[in-house]
Design a protein around this ligand. Structure first.
Ligand SMILES: [Fe+2]
Length: 210
């Protein structure tokens, strides 16, 4: 067997195949489940009084929500955000528009250079990034991360999502829209999502027909 010939002392630890799921604990399971169902286009695979498993692809669950009735919103140290990648800018924008009709809007939109990203927060204040790759290959992305542009400004350039929608719908090339403008150096203090509005919980995130 191949594994028996591996040297566990000198070889690096084997990397996992994929990230399987994220589990969140909350004091308000109903809004949290409703939010993630709406946010990810997910369905409930299984639920009981203490846990709910949500799925949206071939995996049995990608998100689980655990009910801890005494817990308040997230504060302080810990996980900052979880990121989900979309196939194209078209899909990222479609998801943005679909969420907006459900009352879910981003708290920060930024072109990171390597990705075009929209950040949200769930009813407990956990942050979620939705993104699309800006480069066609990981080699190009890795090369960009060694460039002066990235070294000067690894945070990125904020954008207005409605402006991005207009550019995309006017037929502008996705690659041009995804190009990060050069604004010179930028520090972490200028990031708006560091001071986010308090989380907002609803029991339903059904579309709002205007
Ligand atoms: Fe991220």
């Amino acid at each position: 067997m191949a594994n028996e010939q591996r040297n566990i002392l000198t070889e690096k630890v084997i990397s996992p195949l994929t990230i399987a799921h994220v589990v969140l604990k909350t004091g308000k399971p109903k809004p949290m489940v409703a939010y993630y169902k709406a946010f990810l286009g997910a369905h409930i695979q299984y639920e009981n009084e203490t846990i709910c498993f949500l799925a949206y692809d071939e995996e049995h669950h990608r998100i689980a929500i655990i009910n801890f009735p005494t817990l308040g919103p997230k504060q302080g140290a810990g996980l900052d955000h979880v990121a989900f990648t979309f196939d194209s800018l078209q899909d990222l924008v479609l998801a943005y528009k679909q969420r907006k009709t459900r009352g879910i809007v981003p708290i920060w939109c930024v072109n990171h250079g390597i990705t075009t990203s929209m950040y949200y927060q769930d009813p407990d204040g956990n942050k979620i990034e939705t993104q699309v790759q800006n480069f066609d290959t990981v080699e190009e992305a890795n090369a960009y991360m060694t460039s002066t542009d990235f070294t000067e400004n690894p945070i990125g350039v904020d954008f207005d999502p409605e402006e991005l929608v207009k550019r995309l719908e006017s037929g502008e090339d996705e690659r041009d829209i995804k190009k990060k403008p050069n604004i010179g150096p930028r520090s972490i203090e200028s990031v708006k999502s560091r001071v986010v509005p308090p989380p907002f919980a609803k029991d339903s995130y059904e579309p709002i027909y205007l």
